[in-house]
Design a protein around this ligand. Sequence first.
Ligand SMILES: C[S@@+](CC[C@H](N)C(=O)[O-])C[C@H]1O[C@@H](n2cnc3c(N)ncnc32)[C@H](O)[C@@H]1O
Length: 311
Amino acid sequence: MLKEEILKEIKERGEIPFDRFVYLSLYHPKWGYYTGKRGSPLPGEDFVTAPEISPVFGKVLAFHLKRISEERNLPLRILELGGGKGFLAKDILGSIPVEEYIVLELGNFPPLPGIRHVKKLEEVPSFEGFVVSNEFFDAFPFKRILKRGGKLFEVFVGSDGDKLTEFLLPFKGELPCEPEEGGEYPLFVGWKEFLKELKEKFKGYFIAFDYGGKCKEVSSKKSFRAYRNNRIVEDYLERPGETDLTADIDFDRLFNVLSSSGFSRIRVRNQSEFLLSEGIEKAVSPSDSIAVLSLLVDMGRRFKVIQAVRE
Ligand SMILES: C[S@@+](CC[C@H](N)C(=O)[O-])C[C@H]1O[C@@H](n2cnc3c(N)ncnc32)[C@H](O)[C@@H]1O
């Protein structure tokens, strides 16, 4: 099991930083939460995403992509990052005619007509068109940097017999903003490398939905969460591979990483503002009303959309 694998790694090489623990928990080839034999989590099993709540989300996004494609004369070639169970892909393909749809997904992806599944960005050919994602950037490994007694510490995972334990070491790197006393900053690892690689092969329009806020907002509390069976759990060290680990996104940082990776015209808005301005009312039927409330009110405030262009 994964816990034994992690204990073995710690015994051989010493304690591991929390981002390594997240990486192994989510993406270990055999036991990872997203990549393991058990397959990706079932829709709604541990968390529910906007495309899983209702096809309305994908429909509104599809009409938005079609409008941008007409206005900017961009081919409707779409790369979806972290496509999960394929709900968004299905809804987009069911709403607008698309020239090509590629899903980048590290985990298993259900075979769907008209969709090419790749596991690595290097398998994606250079293209002009669109890059879309929902809850992708929050699924990268992250370090946890805490402020205690006026000082910054980084969380490491070590072992005590057959138990995994957490402990703190002084943090030596730099943060985009300092957490408040008692708070913790989720320092995602790998965004920059990923976006630099993406920019090399892509020209066009980028749009990503995720939860989070400004740097100060995500670092003022503990923004790291572990989910199992749709509940927040604390025993994530005990059951790695069965537990989803995630944290709020610092949109200020994602903005800066996009900008320094060669993206321009970057804009961040609330998901609700985006859905309303794109005419969500035209995509709903009366039976969608509860889902729409969730998309606009609950998720609408916590979720943001970041749009950018790669020229
Ligand atoms: C929180 S899930 C969201 C799934 C889906 N987008 C949705 O909204 O239902 C994040 C997904 O991103 C995938 N993922 C994360 N990092 C990835 C990477 N670097 N390359 C490919 N897939 C990745 C995970 O395997 C997981 O399926």
